[in-house]
Design a protein around this ligand. Structure first.
Ligand code: ADP
Length: 479
């Protein structure tokens, strides 16, 4: 089976969040299932620079939203790629989504409509690669940036199946309805059963209404999306499509995230007892003294979603027990400032920025990783924590609920706990959970058992790749 993955970002080439990790990992994971996946990406500077010599043009568009575009086929970072070389849309410095003023690029609707349009063309017409025809059986669309794929496909008369994965329903690709004609979409679909959303045009809703199958990145988030508190205005759509919706957990890239082989950390380890060198090195790097309590880390975007304002409120519960916090993150200016302020306290160290290598050192060196998200479609850092014997303390929501076994009395009795969960997601329950974390840390046998359990959890892609393969097969099967 041939699948075209339609993604606006893809690790390790270009990444702002978990979507990139998934798009980057799926092709290799699916190979084991007999699925040939290629990925179509915008030709951002980093993608064009990484494209290996020998890329060839397989399609051209003279007028693609104000300029010419070439579709290249080639390789980069072990990925089989289609890259859209359209400098007027993608060749710009800075964030892939935001201009220097911190606002979305004003032509984002066109930039990602172009991605969707060319993906639909490949799906409809196929391309010739090395003298052989290549046409996907299925288009796997990621988030709103690929939301118009099924509409374009229908317009072109394409027949391949479509799956849309929601990585985060907070991002919906909304724009004014005056864009409908500019994007080459049919105004006849501008209604409640199409891509209209409260008077605007929604790329995500377009895909949700029309893709053959919908997935999201955890079973709990799939259930949450049908509720008004989590559906961000699309819970009705999700309820209407519940039969086509499933939750498949993300895995982690086990070649990059493996404490036994990680080149970023002080000393590789296979057992939790091997964390000592990393912990000492981390304290030295972050300027934290030795302490009797757990060293906790956070690696996160600093946004409302991640609940880190709650952590600021609950922090005394950790510090008064001798616990420490080392945080790496960037995002919301107010949160950045608040954490810089918190770092004046003993036992708190903060690095504002994005730093892949430091994220490995934090996760290897810390005793625990904190993820107090208000909502979390899947979450990856708690999975890294499990893999590194770094106990996750997480909010009971989304993928955090599905991947961590809470240290309840029953789970501790049976010796199966891997972390801690708290609910509801507010500062007081988080403070209580931080206290429990300190209690458990003070019981070395219990803690060591939890670490061993954590490290033995399957957090790779194997079972999720099987689930995607089964879903694809089902989606392309004749009705
Ligand atoms: P989201 O996609 O909502 O940001 P995830 O937990 O799914 O959350 O994925 C976040 C990814 O980005 C993880 O791989 C995490 O390690 C990484 N990450 C987030 N912030 C930083 C940072 N400041 N420095 C390095 N890596 C980061």
């Amino acid at each position: 089976m041939r699948v075209l993955s339609v993604a606006s970002e893809c690790a390790p080439l270009v990444k702002t969040g978990g979507l990139a990790d998934v798009a980057g990992a799926l092709p290799a994971a699916l190979r084991a299932e007999g699925i040939e996946m290629r990925t179509i990406l915008p030709g951002y500077p980093a993608v064009m620079a990484a494209l290996e010599a020998g890329a060839v043009q397989v399609m051209a568009e003279d007028r693609l939203f104000g300029g010419t575009a070439r579709l290249l086929v080639g390789h980069a970072a072990g990925l089989e790629l289609f890259v859209i070389d359209a400098p007027h849309l993608y060749m710009r410095e800075g964030s892939i989504y935001l201009g220097a003023d911190g606002n979305d690029w004003s032509d984002n609707p066109q930039r990602f409509a172009a991605l969707s349009l060319l993906a639909a063309r490949i799906g409809t017409e196929g391309v010739t690669i090395d003298g052989q025809g290549w046409q996907p059986d299925l288009l796997h669309c990621h988030d709103w940036q690929a939301g118009f794929v099924p509409d374009y496909l229908a317009q072109m008369g394409g027949r391949c199946a479509t799956v849309l994965t929601i990585h985060n329903i907070a991002f919906q690709g909304l724009t004014g309805h005056h864009m409908i004609e500019q994007l080459g979409l049919p105004r006849s679909r501008f209604h409640a059963e199409g891509f209209e959303y409260y008077g605007q045009l929604s790329a995500l809703k377009a895909g949700l209404m029309r893709a053959d199958r919908l997935t999201t990145v955890s079973p709990t988030y799939a259930a949450e999306l049908m509720r008004p508190e989590f559906g961000m205005g699309l819970d009705g759509v999700m309820r209407a499509r519940r039969r086509d919706l499933s939750g498949i957990l993300n895995g982690i890239d086990e070649s990059a995230w493996n404490p036994a082989t990680d080149p970023n950390i002080a000393e590789p380890y296979r057992h939790p007892s091997g964390k000592t060198a990393s912990r000492d090195a981390l304290r030295a790097e972050m300027g934290l003294p030795q302490s009797s309590g757990p060293l906790c880390c956070v690696v996160s975007r600093l946004t409302e979603q991640k609940g880190l304002d709650l952590l600021l409120e609950a922090l005394p519960a950790l510090l008064e027990r001798g616990g420490q916090l080392a945080l790496l993150g960037s995002g919301d200016r107010g949160l950045e400032e608040a954490f810089r302020e918190a770092a004046r306290e003993d036992g708190v160290a903060v690095r504002i920025g994005y730093d892949e290598a430091l994220s490995h050192r934090l996760i290897a060196g810390a005793d625990a990783i904190l993820v107090p998200s208000r909502f979390e479609p899947c979450g990856l850092t708690q999975l890294y924590g499990l893999r590194y014997g770094t106990i996750p303390l997480v909010a009971l929501t989304g993928g955090l609920a599905d991947t961590v076994i809470n240290a309840s009395p029953a789970a501790l009795d049976r010796g199966v706990a891997t972390g801690l969960q708290f609910h509801p997601v507010s500062a007081d329950p988080l403070a209580v959970a931080l206290g429990r974390l300190c209690d458990l840390y003070a019981e070395p046998d219990t803690w060591a058992r939890m670490q061993a359990n954590a490290m033995s959890q399957p957090v790779g892609w194997a079972s999720s790749a099987r689930a995607y393969a089964a879903l694809y097969r089902d989606a392309i099967a004749p009705a």
